[in-house]
Design a protein around this ligand. Structure first.
Ligand code: UDX
Length: 465
């Protein structure tokens, strides 16, 4: 029977909240601390504040029992053996990660340490942060043998966050002390032993696989680099396939066939080879910039990452050009837009390429009717409705009387639209799909002109008089 650990999680954002309820699901007792009182009382009342599958039911199951929410970090520090720091590390103006929240939390923890604590970096942080945290705690008068600092990066994705947390490909524990590594091994034992996966009501994995993950012990610096390098590598993969999709467009080849052919090579693998309108979200843009900045500061040439960012920016402009090519001029055109979040199944709009494109279209003089299943409220705060921008209640309402329909986010429901109804709703049956959600033949069968990414444009046969 794995041991129950008293765990504090500092920060109730995506990573912190998901970690808190998942640690409870693994059998531990958790205190989730946030300095935002409104957030804490919403969470205590069962409001998850973010759109994420399985989160509401786990919060319901454990709130105010195995997971308590509070603002008092001192109390949480006193009560818990392991303290996970999961606060934001936003991008600063120079591209570096802004670590001021991490530092503030480390100092506050230091002031309440009265017995041995393992302090765990869960936020994505640059290499050497571990050392800075250690120094900050020592500077606040804590003896070296009263604490250890461990790096345990998190690899969850939004939209599948709970499943990813409980079914990770690997658990990375960067620790320079055996005592601290042992605490982390115990915390993750329900997963690494496979015990969790035998539970009747275990949360299923993102691909339904229930294999026990390996736990990789590394140095703290290696663990910090693993997180940044993993995200940067995935961004490289996406920019690479986006560049290949542009080559496919120039040659009338089909990027889908190319990606399948590449992905069947086990050394490459099929995932993260979906071309589109560029990556977005709270991680990739920030982490690629931060990793590049770390390399710069250490005198290491990693200009590959600048190219990755460049391709990512160009991908949005290429999409805008596709709209221009399809419609000739843009001023005054009425466009339906499907999708505002940075990817499907989430209401997160941070660094959303979809919203950037809407802004570009508005700047070109288009009028936009937009629909998103979960992200409209948040988008409207940033981009209020006005004479040229309307938020509507369904995909068909977005298509209504539009000169073309644009698909900008890969929500599963956008791949299952009634094409006949869509064709009737549109003024001109033109669909410009930035996420390759449809089979071009099906679109042509429904009388649509279908423009996608890295695949030949599909036109219905011309009618002869
Ligand atoms: C990412 C990492 O996957 C995760 O491991 C890390 O912990 C946080 O950052 P997330 O930002 O939630 O997760 O989303 P992800 O599914 O990775 O997608 C990121 C962006 O890349 C999205 O804009 C998505 O649309 C885009 N993407 C992804 C592609 O354009 N093509 C792909 O093949 C995959």
């Amino acid at each position: 029977m794995p041991k129950q650990t008293q765990i504090a999680v500092v920060g109730s954002g995506y990573v912190g909240l998901v970690a808190a309820v998942c640690f409870a699901e693994m059998g531990h007792n958790v205190i989730c601390v946030d300095n935002d009182e409104r957030k804490v009382s919403a969470l205590q009342g069962g409001d998850t504040l973010i759109h994420e599958i399985y989160l509401p039911e786990l919060l319901q199951r454990y709130r105010n029992t195995k997971v308590r929410f509070m603002t008092d970090l001192a109390e949480a520090t006193r009560e818990c053996e392991a303290i996970f720091i999961a606060v934001g590390t936003p991008q600063s103006e120079t591209g570096d990660a802004d670590l001021s929240y991490v530092e503030a939390v480390a100092c506050e923890i230091a002031r309440s340490i009265t017995s041995y604590k393992v302090i765990v970096e869960k936020s994505t942080v640059p290499v050497y942060t571990n050392e800075w945290i250690r120094r900050a705690i020592e500077r606040n008068g804590v003896a070296r043998d009263m604490f250890d600092v461990v790096s345990n990066p998190e690899f969850l994705r939004e939209g599948t966050a709970v499943s990813d947390f409980l079914h990770p490909d690997r658990i990375v524990v960067g620790a320079d002390s055996d005592r601290a590594a042992a605490v982390l091994r115990e915390i993750y034992a329900p997963l690494t032993s496979g015990e969790y996966y035998t539970k009747e009501d275990a949360i299923p994995g993102p691909c339904g696989v229930n294999a026990a993950p390996p736990l990789l012990n590394t140095s703290t610096k290696s663990a910090e680099i693993i997180k940044h390098a993993s995200n940067a590598f995935l961004a490289v993969k996406i920019s690479f396939i986006n560049a290949v999709s542009n080559l496919c467009e120039a040659t009338d080849a089909n990027v889908e066939q190319v990606a399948i052919g590449m992905g069947l090579d086990a050394r490459i693998g099929p995932r993260f080879l979906r071309p589109g309108i560029g990556y977005g979200g709270s991680c990739f843009p920030k982490d690629v910039a931060a990793f590049r900045s770390v390399a710069d500061q250490l005198g290491v040439d990693f200009s590959l990452l600048s190219e990755v960012e460049k391709i990512n920016g160009q991908q949005k402009k290429r999409f805008l050009n596709k709209v221009r090519t399809a419609l000739w001029t843009l001023r005054g055109k009425k466009l339906g837009v499907l999708g505002l979040s940075f990817k499907g199944e989430t209401d997160d709009i941070r660094e959303s390429p979809a919203i950037e494109l809407v802004e570009m279209l508005l700047a070109e003089g288009c009028s936009v009717k937009a629909f998103d299943p979960a992200a409209m409220e948040r988008t409207a705060e940033r981009l209020p409705a006005g004479p040229n921008l309307e938020y509507v209640e369904s995909s068909y309402a977005a298509a209504d009387d539009a000169d073309a329909l644009l698909i900008l986010t890969d929500w599963a429901e956008f791949a299952k639209l009634d094409l006949k109804r869509l064709n009737t709703a549109l003024r001109y049956p033109i669909v410009i799909d930035g996420r390759n959600l449809y089979d071009p033949h099906a679109m042509v069968e429904h009388g649509m002109t279908y423009i996608s990414v890295g695949r030949p444009t599909a036109n219905p046969p011309r009618e002869h008089a």
